[in-house]
Design a protein around this ligand. Structure first.
Ligand SMILES: *Cc1c(COP(=O)(O)O)cnc(C)c1O
Length: 428
């Protein structure tokens, strides 16, 4: 696989190098310059999820792994299903929350952990990542207990749901968690500073596990094919996919799926009040505002770090800008959408609900809508119970961590202090 640094095109790397380095020079993202459509789509669609994913990822990554090696990584990573459920006459949802940490980030996190473990061959690695909730849990679980790999997770203190926090702060061992006195963007900024810091990179062998890591994106491409494979002929005709977006990794993966030939008519980039992208698509001006805390807190991002990849796909003609509609949904509409879904017999949570709401507003005659169910409702139990006025049963994974103690330490949003903390932890 041939990848180019979007900020410095003289830096060109293989898939394995990109997985290992995460970010390129000048904090540039690695990305493809072109994409070849998949041959024989119908037979690819007919395969089961893991087998189909081997074809898709083999096509994207090329011969850097042997087919057997890649197959093993995928079998280890994709151990849970992604079912499509119909919620109304023309609207379906793809449930991406049946993995160990109950959010779609398990797909990318687990595949990345498999790739990185394979690529690093036992050499020490420090995974440094910022999370607005679900990434941290997925990454922590995917790497927990792996020799020679340490994970440091920065998260905004008090800004993610208590149960969600418990999913990754209670593991201990090689998983180190820091509650930062600041918002997600502050955490993300410190991760970027660390990657710019040669001493950190060299001495701690830093690697990022954010959605900027190319392996995560590629893994996510696979479930768009899975969704399509479960839809009937009528639903496939004019399919509109609504993606609840924060850092826009999920949408990037959807656009890659389309570029590989999956016949998706168009996409909705659904956001909460952090509406940098919908405003940009509407007005043509990139003007991030301060991040606002919302019910869909995993999407409280005003400077989405994957956007340059989408921009690059548009510039290079890999996708057409016209297939993208931005839509920002406010807090009242999000709550209303949750209640509407409840009335349809489907319990949802704020992220998926605002993607549903966007479909309701945007869907035209003849189109079928699919919104991504990015997390299990119980991960946002407090707000879901408040809004719907009914108690939610906890799935086993959450019930197990609810009573455990957190190992997280609290730190200010100060890069020098975080750096010192990491050296204290990892350079004893
Ligand atoms: C991470 C996350 C999102 C946003 O995904 P991006 O790829 O960052 O756009 C949406 N919903 C949930 C539940 C998430 O955890």
């Amino acid at each position: 696989m041939h990848l180019v640094n979007l900020k410095d095109s003289t830096q060109q790397v293989s898939f394995k190098e990109a997985v290992k380095t995460g970010l390129g020079r000048q904090q540039g993202l690695f990305f493809v310059e072109s994409l070849e459509p998949l041959a024989d789509l119908d037979s690819v669609l007919a395969l089961p999820l893991a087998e189909r994913s081997k074809v898709i990822l083999g096509h994207l990554i090329g011969d850097e792994f042997s087919p057997e090696q890649l197959g093993e990584l995928i079998d280890n990573a994709f151990t849970f299903p992604a079912p499509v459920t119909q919620v109304s006459e023309h609207i379906h949802t793809l449930e991406l929350f049946h993995g160990p940490t109950l959010a779609f980030k398990d797909f990318g996190g687990r595949f990345m952990a498999q790739c990185l473990t394979d690529i690093s061959q036992g050499a020490p690695v420090t995974i440094l990542t910022a999370t607005s909730g679900d990434t941290g849990a997925a990454v922590a679980h995917a790497f927990h207990g792996i020799d020679n790999i340490n994970v440091v997770i920065l998260f905004p203190k008090g800004k993610i749901s208590p149960l969600q926090e418990k999913l990754f702060t209670t593991l201990g061992g090689n998983i180190h968690t820091v509650a930062v006195d600041g918002d997600f963007d502050a955490c993300q900024a410190m991760v970027k500073d660390a990657f710019d810091d040669e001493q950190m990179r060299n001495e701690l062998h830093l690697n990022s596990a954010n959605s900027i890591n190319i392996s995560r994106l590629l893994a996510q491409v696979c479930y768009y094919f899975e969704a399509y494979s479960q839809l009937d002929e009528q639903a496939r005709k004019e399919l509109v996919i609504s993606v609840p977006s924060g850092n826009f990794g999920n949408l990037t993966a959807g656009l890659i799926a389309k570029a590989l030939g999956l016949p998706i008519k168009r996409f909705i980039a659904a956001t909460n009040l952090n509406d940098t992208v919908p405003r940009y698509l509407e007005e043509g001006e990139w003007s991030p505002k301060d991040t606002i805390a919302t019910l869909s807190n995993a999407m409280d991002v005003s400077r989405p770090n994957n956007w340059p990849r989408i921009e690059a796909m548009i510039e290079k003609g890999i996708i057409d800008k016209d297939i993208l509609t931005g839509m920002a949904i406010d807090e009242d509409c999000t709550q209303m959408a949750m209640k509407q879904l409840q009335a349809l017999g489907y319990t949802s949570e704020p992220h998926a609900a605002l993607a549903y709401r966007s479909l309701c507003k945007s869907l035209q005659d003849g189109e079928t809508g699919l919104f991504l169910g990015t997390a299990h409702p119980a991960k946002f139990r407090e707000s879901v119970e408040n809004i719907l006025g009914e108690p939610l049963a906890l799935p086993q994974a959450l019930a197990d961590v609810a009573g455990k103690n957190s190992f997280a330490v609290e730190k200010p949003a100060d890069y020098a202090i975080i750096k010192q903390h990491m050296f204290d932890l990892l350079k004893k």
